[in-house]
Ligand binder design. Structure first.
Ligand SMILES: Cc1ncc(COP(=O)(O)O)c(C=O)c1O
Length: 420
């Protein structure tokens, strides 16, 4: 039950803002902070809890929650391949042939023929010498950065890089410096301040997961050259979406050979789970032998590998899919803009509705949910303070009528809450 009472909202608002205070609690019982953390329960009681919801079914553009049908506007299944008949068939065949698990780490007994074949195909897809497959995208970033970064190195990170990159850096010994989001002059200032004999790795997302904007790779490359810095692109959201047939952000700028390392996840356009890094053979080979997450964690299992392979084949055989998705995204984005909503600098099928205030974002999320539209409710720490947003994304498999329905409901709620 949503209450419109200002009092309840004020209490919720102050609790949301103060939620990290539990980490400052001093107690000999390490669980005391857990006992005192009751914000999630309070939000659930108010019917305003947008996380860990139970989906009875998620069929791509449509999902079912509590027996109710929702238009899914919060998925990373950009090409809609999770329910493609060929992907499902190939997964079933792989289970029949190889079983359900790789039963160990890639390092010891877990490397299957399927891993190696997929690595060859992925390397060719992104035009690199060698690729290496990991068990999740998160682990891919952990593996790459834990291997590459030593005490003589600097990592120069866009301030909106994904959390997996931040976590990976914390594992290593390198020094981290941020530059302002997508601001090449800020990047240059940082590079200028670093001693010339230090190793330097610039890390950017190709497409930013919350804002749907794109890293300015040509300008980043110019600056990187000047300061002898290497470039690593996390293209979790660019692969399948940008470039020819979905070959990613670097490809969209015709810069496949000028970006040093590309990583991708399989949990988005590739309809599976896992991740990979691609680059020069000697660099990827080094990551393979020093990346902690590939050595100390079990290998990606056959059904997940088969789903990626089938999705990759579909992308290669149907290069028009990425283009159609981009057009669909553009039409949807223009419609949100014409309503008067702030969609930031989105240039992709990821279109944020920027609301800034956390409580307003939760209320907007809930009203849309009740109207039959599911979006992602994004508040700090996923975004900086004061930049809360609803993350929406278009899939190739959305029908026009489904997107029209969603836009109509977004408009209705935006008017009702005084956002437009
Ligand atoms: C930019 C980016 N990098 C890495 C990851 C981690 O990938 P995965 O969720 O597949 O582990 C994500 C996932 O949300 C992401 O958005």
């Amino acid at each position: 039950m949503v209450s419109d009472g200002n009092e309840i909202l004020e209490i919720l608002s102050s609790e949301i803002k103060g939620r990290f205070g539990v980490f400052r609690i001093k107690s000999p019982d390490i669980f005391e902070k857990c006992r005192r953390f009751n914000l999630a329960d309070k939000a659930r009681e108010l019917g305003l809890y947008p996380y860990f919801l139970e989906f009875e079914k998620n069929e791509g553009p449509i999902a079912y929650i509590n027996g109710e049908k929702k238009i899914m506007l919060g998925s990373n299944n950009y090409l809609g391949l999770t329910h493609h008949p060929r992907v499902k068939e190939e997964v079933i065949s792989a289970v029949k042939e190889y079983g359900t698990s790789a039963t160990g780490s890639r390092f010891l007994n877990g490397t299957l023929k399927l891993h190696l074949e997929l690595e060859e195909e992925l390397a060719e897809f992104v035009k690199k010498e060698k690729a290496l497959v990991f068990s999740t995208g998160y682990q891919t970033n952990i593996g790459i950065l834990s291997a590459l970064l030593g005490p003589n190195d600097y990592i120069i990170c866009d301030s909106k890089c994904h959390a997996s990159i931040i976590d990976a850096i914390q594992l290593g010994l390198a020094k981290k410096v941020n530059f302002r989001h997508n601001d090449v002059s800020s990047l240059e200032e940082v590079l200028k301040s670093i001693e010339s004999d230090k190793g330097k790795l610039i890390v950017v997302d190709g497409v930013y997961s919350m804002d749907g904007d794109i890293a300015p790779l040509p300008e980043i490359y110019e600056v990187a050259q000047k300061y002898q810095a290497r470039i690593f692109v996390d293209d979790a959201h660019g692969l399948g979406v940008l470039g020819y047939g979905g070959r990613g952000t670097a490809n969209s700028f015709d810069m496949d050979d000028r970006v040093d390392l590309i990583m991708g996840t399989f949990s988005k356009s590739f309809a599976s789970i896992g991740g990979f890094v691609a680059g020069d053979r000697y660099v990827v080979d080094f990551i393979q032998h020093f990346g902690r997450s590939i050595i100390f964690s079990a290998a990606l299992p056959p059904p997940a590998l088969a789903a990626v392979r089938a999705s990759l084949h579909l992308m290669k055989e149907n290069p028009q899919m990425a283009e159609e998705l981009r057009k669909k995204g553009e039409k949807y984005r223009n419609e949100l803009k014409s309503i008067g909503l702030d969609t930031g600098n989105s240039q992709t099928p990821i279109v944020p509705i920027i609301l800034r205030d956390e409580v307003m974002t939760i209320l907007f999320w809930k009203r849309l949910f009740d109207e039959g539209v599911y979006t992602n409710c994004v508040i700090p720490p996923a975004v900086p303070q004061g930049q809360s947003l609803l993350r929406t994304s278009v899939m190739l498999t959305h029908e026009d009528s489904q997107l029209e329905f969603a836009v109509e409901k977004i408009h209705k709620v935006a008017k009702e809450l005084g956002v437009v």
